[in-house]
Design a protein around this ligand. Structure first.
Ligand code: IMP
Length: 446
């Protein structure tokens, strides 16, 4: 490892599910602190440890690595029940977070009415002909909306004073029941109004259990940096789901690039020395929205089967297709990627030829950057370049030189558009992460 590298951010360059958890797990071995700064339990990070598989949604993937301190910073939309369930799940498997987890007292809580609002709003939008995002239903959008509205938002720190929070919740429940009843009527869905006593009864045990973890995490991070600790930032979701830079409105509601690290953690992104952009060797997307490189049904089914492309959060089958270098080149630039981690290569190992999307045709024009409007992106005709396949398993490769020449050529083609390659992953296990030396062959200059 380059000794000058202190603080790293890992970010996905596509629509999520690139295998970021594996990279965070790998890099956590050299980090003292792992930080989540955006999104909520709509994220799903899978980490494998031997034969064990951990599906994390809110906790940073560093929790699996002994000796790391893990921070859920204020940019995260925090579902307290989900967080506690993950803590319990790890405890059952012998992993204790006592003294190793800090949760920002400024993080906004996901409350049950925000999940109801998400469900009803999507149903109403569908009825009225508005775009339906295909949300994971974890209440993330309404929680960030409440944060921006301010009046009805609740932050984790408020759990310290339930005597003050109880009357606020009573007022919010009155307001939400009125709004949601109207929304339910519009959407033609059933809605059971919330009861204050039940909400408080569910929240009280969470408040008691979360209290020891609550902290001013931004100030804590200042001290950790001053003490010379090494920090790893784990970007959730991915750049194409970024609320500003992604395929809006088919995105999530937080800033998913290193640009969101500053607002979400309280540290300036300029303090990060290395940005690892995780790039899956093919494409996948879960939920609605344009996906120009989507493969035909047969090819998509093969990719889904070989790559086990089913949602970590919802179990939904993912749409599958080819790697889109128009989109990936765009996000690599926006994220300021200093090194790529190419994942999922082995999923392509049975193919004689692999299509790569290198441009779009839209209304007679050739495009090499994505158009702003989702409707235009959906109308783009992909222009493909065919790459030769390697038709042999990569699972036992342990070094760049072990890869077949065609696999190395494929990786080099990705590097030509998206930047130098720092890692190639040939399978989901820890020993299948291959760090690469930065040579000209695999890191052509852009
Ligand atoms: P929401 O943020 O749960 O409302 O979801 C908005 C859109 O982003 C939906 O299409 C989701 O399927 C997608 N999405 C959100 N988070 C992830 C993720 O971590 N991986 C893949 N897709 C995601």
């Amino acid at each position: 490892m380059d000794e000058s590298v202190r603080h790293t951010c890992v970010v996905g360059l596509q629509f999520g599910d690139e295998g970021k958890g594996q990279l965070v797990d790998h890099l956590a071995a050299t980090a003292n602190v792992v930080v989540r700064f955006n999104g909520g339990a709509n994220a799903g990070h899978t980490v494998r440890l031997g034969e064990s598989r951990f599906a994390l949604h809110l906790l940073p993937s560093g929790v699996i690595t002994p000796g790391t301190t893990n921070v859920v910073a204020h940019g995260v939309a925090l579902d307290p029940q989900q967080l506690l369930a993950e803590i319990d799940q790890l405890a059952e498997r012998g992993i204790s977070l006592t003294g190793r987890l800090l949760v920002s007292d400024r993080a906004h809580l996901v409350m049950p009415w925000q999940k109801a609002e998400e469900r009803l709003l999507e149903a109403a939008a569908g009825r009225l002909g508005l775009p339906v995002i295909g949300s994971t239903g974890r209440g993330i959008g309404p929680t960030y909306a409440a944060k921006a509205h301010r009046l009805t938002a609740i932050r984790a720190g408020e759990l310290r004073r339930l005597d003050r929070l109880a009357p606020k919740i009573a007022a919010i429940v009155t307001l939400q029941n009125a709004l949601l009843t109207t929304l339910a009527a519009l959407s033609g869905s059933a809605f059971e109004p919330f009861e204050v006593a039940a909400v408080l009864a569910a929240l009280e045990p969470c408040a008691a259990r979360l209290a020891p973890y609550l902290a001013d995490t931004a100030s804590w991070l200042d001290t950790a940096l001053a003490d010379g600790q090494t920090v790893l930032f784990e970007g959730a979701h991915s750049a194409l789901l970024d609320v500003d830079l992604g395929t809006y409105p088919y995105v999530t509601s937080s800033a998913c690039t290193p640009l969101g690290l500053g607002v979400g953690s309280g540290l300036r992104d300029a303090r990060v020395d290395r940005v690892i952009g995780v790039l899956k060797a093919y494409g996948s997307r879960v939920g609605a929205g344009p996906f120009p490189s989507q493969a035909d049904d047969l090819a998509a089914a093969r990719l889904r089967e070989r790559g086990q492309e089913f949602g970590t959060s919802t179990g939904r089958p993912r749409r599958c297709g080819w790697l889109d270098l128009v989109l990936a080149g765009y996000t690599a630039r926006r994220c300021g990627v200093t090194g790529l981690a190419v994942t999922g290569l082995d999923v392509l190992s049975d193919l004689a030829e692999i299509p790569l999307v290198v441009a779009y045709d839209l209304d007679g024009q050739r495009l090499t950057t994505p158009p702003a409007e989702a409707v235009d992106l959906a109308a783009c005709q992909p222009v493909c370049e065919m790459q030769p396949g390697w038709r042999s398993s990569l699972a036992d490769c342990r070094d760049w030189a072990d890869l077949p020449a065609a696999a190395r050529a494929y990786v080099a083609r990705l590097a030509a558009t998206c930047g130098p390659v720092a890692y190639v992953c040939v399978g989901p296990r820890r020993e299948q992460v291959l760090p690469l030396p930065a040579t000209e062959e695999i890191a052509p200059r852009r």
